[in-house]
Design a binder for this molecule. Sequence first.
Ligand code: ATP
Length: 319
Amino acid sequence: MKKIAVLTSGGDAPGMNTAIRAVVRRGIFRGLDVCGVKNGYKGLIDGNFVSMSLGSVGDIIHRGGTILQSTRCEEFKTVKGQQRALKEVEKEGIDGLIVIGGDGSFKGARKLTIKGLPAIGIPGTIDNDIAGTEYTIGFDTAVNTAVEAIDKIRDTAASHERTYVIEVMGRDAGDIALWAGMCAGAESIIIPEAHHDVEDVIDRIKQGSKRGKMHSIIVVAEGVGKGTEIGNMIKEKAGFDTKVAILGHLQRGGAPSAYDRMMSSQMGAKAVDLMVEGEKGVMVGLKNGRLIHTSFEEAVKESHMIDLSLYHLARSLSI
Ligand code: ATP
């Protein structure tokens, strides 16, 4: 193994830059040439490679987004697209590829590995929704961003005795909603993994109001449906002054938290070490607080599990 490439793919996440830095610096430390691929799999098809040096990843450890850019590339899902990518990889003399992204990106990386290019994955998505790992890069920063925003909304909710429905990201997973709701003291948290009922939400608001609560915060995961619909239902059924806030893409930006920087640095270095040791077709992950690796097949096959004990705890703490 002489030369490796690194790319970011799918939705961006805070900490991707820190992971790129770790891959490049660890790769050079281990005696490899490292190049970056611009625009994810599209760049692989277009042969859009940039040589990476120790200095090229200077001053990015704290920056959100990804200096390599990221795209979703339909062409790469086809055999023809993958063959075009492999031709460019061969021309460039690349022996291995490190992919920072979500489960879609690992399906692509698995196909490249089967076709002869050893690939290793690093889980990068704010959603924390990949089965083969308890943690994905960007989750902690996104939760902190959501909590900070909810704290601010709580101030104005209290001043006007309002109910606020706050929709957070997470795709089909409720992790961001659960963590942000728990850490911001939401009265109700609505996630796809647990049964929900607007009557129960209204009941909890009424109980709080009886003992003098000035405001209510309901955190809704985007995977459940539209926050506006839930807000309208609460307004219509109970007549509360209800506002809706959709936090949206601000959860994808910002400087990575210390925890995300720590995870990105460790996972980036681990991916390089695995590649040097001859491993391929695996994703780096975290299990029981330790770095592990799982085959792409397993990582994308199992379904992601949320910790429902946290959900029940949050309910019991916000009565
Ligand atoms: P996020 O969780 O942020 O959405 P992701 O990696 O799951 O990240 P996707 O859009 O699903 O995001 O996948 C990223 C890219 O990976 C796709 O645009 C495509 O190029 C490639 N890809 C996805 N699925 C496949 C597949 N089945 N075969 C080959 N390539 C794939």
